[in-house]
Design a protein around this ligand. Sequence first.
Ligand code: PHE
Length: 358
Amino acid sequence: MKESLLRLKNSAISLILDTNNQDELEELRIQFLGRNGELTQLLKGLPKVAKEDRPEVGRVANEVKQIIENALMQQGSAAKEQKIKTTLDVTEPGIRPSLGHTHLVTQAITEITEIFERIGFSRVRYPEVEWDWYAFTALNFPDNHPARDDWETFFIDHKPDPKKGTMLLTPHTSSGQIREMVSAVKSQTEGQKAPIEIKMLNIAKTYRRQSDVSHTPMFHQFETLVIGQNISIAHLKGVLDYFVKSYFGSKRTSRIRPYHFQFTEPSFETDVSCGVCDGKGNLPNGEACKMCKEGWLELGGAGMVHPNVLKACGLDPKKYSGFASGWGVERVLTMREGMQIDDIRLLYANDLDFLKQF
Ligand code: PHE
């Protein structure tokens, strides 16, 4: 009798462990523990057991029943869990697909473009592999003028053009001024003779032989060129101030300082008031501001288009005047408050941990 009980227990347990299905488990419960189940059937033979063995057999029978019940319960809850896992729960938060985004320099370019388009500038792009004539000569750099060296230019190993000189990588976006004016003059003589009006925004890659924590050999500039019949420094200052307030914030102010460029006269350096010390140069605790020089941050160059430049492009300096500015995209990006990038080369290192933050 005892052996039969143990055999019944073993076969019940192995059948229970074999299934994960609630219905099958219920069938097994009926098969073994039901009113006409195997255990009941077996216990019907109890009267045949010797009297003195009966208490022991009864104890084992109870134990077997308990063990089978426990096994059914455990397997039952495992089955439930399994079921939950395979059922679709529409209220469960979904797995977010990972989305990429544009590079922070591209984001800055988009923002700068929108700011200038709002006041009527049109975005253009010109070759980044360019002739000397567009990058220097037409910009009033006499041949072999030492100021050419200021631009640390990369030259291309290519046969020079008899008229346009050597081939190079654009060291600044000012070559776009020449391309723009030349094409405006050309389309004017081809079509009707309406006066020329230019409001150009040239954003492009620029290249210089320099690489350190604040320079990358490739960087971006955004160049404005406005040409018309009565363009003055006031227009330049107005556009500068509008850009500064739009990009850096309404509290920031701008200033222009005398400077020298071959292609503008007069020439200026343009500055933005510092957002960290509020243009004061000192912090409230009396320490000098680390972000700026005496309350000002340098934005880049600007000036009134030099008469020689207008002439080189076929425009009459007596009739036309204009201003131009050339500022760095990476520069304005890193000048914005809160953007402390210790090594500018990180922008182009393709480091996802860095890029994902923006
Ligand atoms: N091209 C000049 C530079 O790269 C900036 C500049 C642009 C200055 C237009 C005056 C006018 O430094």
